[in-house]
Structure formats: structure tokens, C-alpha cells
Design a protein around this ligand. Structure first.
Ligand SMILES: NC(=O)CCC(=O)C(=O)O
Length: 261
């Protein structure tokens, strides 16, 4: 619940990852606040606020590409769930506002309505790195395969998802969705979740995970605080697309309503 402690923890873990050799680092969804509609207003910041300034400084200090999880963002009197991406020089590379709000009702499991307080974003998001372009989306966005499909068709080599699945849907779908987005599009995928805190209103699943274009889990963890490291060999994207050439075998004549973007 302590924003300052969350920012300090993020900084120390980003620096730790960089010292271990990471060149790109991702933080989880709502890394500066508890996850819950009752908290978003209290923790929200405008662009350029304390948390985004801290992210820019972390990226610069650690000299990494930083996918800054997400924070509740206030803009024009409205609230968004927003991820910012930073270059090693501290420059803002991209901003993604979660486009599919997490409104679900699983009887006996979980009911959640982000749309009670948040507005949805209205754009897909990508950014460039020396290793290729990456798409960014947030948590529930992962359930919508179109976003990863479009990113891959535009040439992205990976999709990155700050997320916070829960203990009902996490064991069912978190890894499955990361692997599904990877295998369908022959890209890397990664999901970064907060660790579990059983005392909060929304206990997260955890299990931050990296998946390769053959849908193999490169690295994962449990529900405790951790850093998940993976070496991404970008040649694998091309090799996978060459050996299983679904991207050139599509029959858009049979499904013109999902024709290429
Ligand atoms: N924060 C979220 O969007 C949670 C998504 C989730 O748990 C799901 O099952 O989808």
C-alpha cells in the first residue's frame, strides 16, 4: 500500500536485474499501488507524475529498456490503467492504456469491474529496440488474440504483458494464454505479475513467465517476489517462421474479415 516503498522496491529490483545483465526489464501491472478499483483514484497520477518520473530515472540509471508495468493514470478527469515504456536514456518510447477493461463475474470465483472507475484506451502500442519491435498490452488485453496477431503481422518479435491475474483465472489461463499468443504468432511473449500477498483484497497469481516463439516456457517462477531472467535469441523468430511457415500459408480468401492489417 505504500507508494514510495513500491517505487523504491522497483528501483532496487531494476538495478539488480541490470547488474545481472538484463538489457530489457518489465515490471508488473499496477506496480505502484494495490490492485483494486477502490485504490485507483487514490494512487492515480498525471503524466509526468512521481511514478513516471521514477521510471524514467530507473531506466536511465540502469541503462535498460524499461516496460514500466502499469499505474493508474489520471488524464482530463478520467482514469486509465497505463503502461509507459522507457529507453536507456530515460526517454519515453511508448504509452499503452489498457484497451480491454477487466470486467468479469465467475460464480464462486471472482467478480471484478475495472470499468466502474477506469476508461479504456483506444490504441494498440508498439516500440522499437535494437533487437526488434515489441507490442505492449496489459493483463486482460492478453485474452484478445487480435492484438498480438496484429503486432506480429506488423513485424513485432514479441508481446509484453504487465499483468495481475488472480488465483481463480491464473491457474487456468495465465501460462496457457502466454503460450497461445506465442505459438499462434511465432513471437516471444512475457507476462510480469505482482507477487502474491494473501492479505489483500485481490491475491495475484504471480508466476511471471517468458515464452519463446515455439511456445516453450523459457523462464518462470512461483508466487513469491522474484526476478525472472531469459535470454531471447531473436534468430528463433525467423527460424520458427521458416520451419513452420503459417504466416505465409494463411488463406485470407477464406476469412477475408480478418484480412491482414
Ligand atoms: N488485471 C487483469 O486484467 C486481470 C485479468 C485476469 O485475471 C483474467 O483472468 O483475464
Amino acid at each position: 500500500a505504500q507508494k514510495a516503498a513500491n517505487l523504491a522496491n522497483a528501483r532496487s529490483r531494476v538495478l539488480e536485474a541490470a547488474r545481472a545483465g538484463a538489457q530489457m526489464v518489465m515490471l508488473p501491472e499496477c506496480f505502484n499501488s494495490p490492485y483494486g478499483t477502490q485504490y485507483f483514484g487514490e494512487y492515480a497520477e498525471e503524466a509526468g507524475g512521481e511514478s513516471t518520473a521514477a521510471l524514467a530515472a530507473m531506466a536511465r540509471e540502469a541503462q535498460v529498456y524499461l516496460v514500466g508495468g502499469s499505474i493508474p493514470e489520471r488524464a482530463g478527469g478520467r482514469l486509465f490503467n497505463t503502461c509507459t515504456v522507457w529507453g536507456p536514456d530515460g526517454a519515453l518510447l511508448a504509452r499503452h492504456r489498457k484497451v480491454h477493461l477487466f470486467d468479469i463475474d465467475v460464480p464462486g470465483g471472482i467478480t471484478f469491474r475495472e470499468s466502474d472507475v477506469l476508461q479504456a484506451g483506444d490504441a494498440l502500442t508498439e516500440f522499437g529496440t535494437p533487437w526488434g519491435r515489441f507490442g505492449v498490452a496489459i493483463c486482460y488485453d492478453m485474452r484478445f488474440p487480435e492484438m498480438a496477431m496484429i503486432a506480429a503481422r506488423r513485424g513485432c518479435v514479441g508481446m509484453l504483458y504487465p499483468g495481475a491475474f488472480n488465483t481463480t483465472t491464473g491457474p487456468l489461463h495465465w501460462e496457457l494464454l502466454l503460450r497461445a499468443r506465442a505459438v499462434d504468432n511465432q513471437i516471444f511473449t512475457a507476462g510480469c505479475s505482482p507477487a502474491r500477498d494473501a492479505a489483500v483484497t485481490y491475491p495475484t497469481w504471480g508466476h511471471s513467465t517468458i515464452v519463446d516463439p515455439l511456445a516453450r516456457v523459457v523462464a518462470t517462477t512461483g508466487d513469491a517476489p522474484d526476478i525472472v531472467y531469459g535470454d531471447l535469441d531473436m534468430q528463433l523468430v525467423e527460424d520458427t517462421r521458416r520451419s513452420i511457415p503459417v504466416s505465409t500459408q494463411r488463406r485470407f480468401d477464406l476469412y477475408p474479415d480478418v484480412a491482414s492489417q
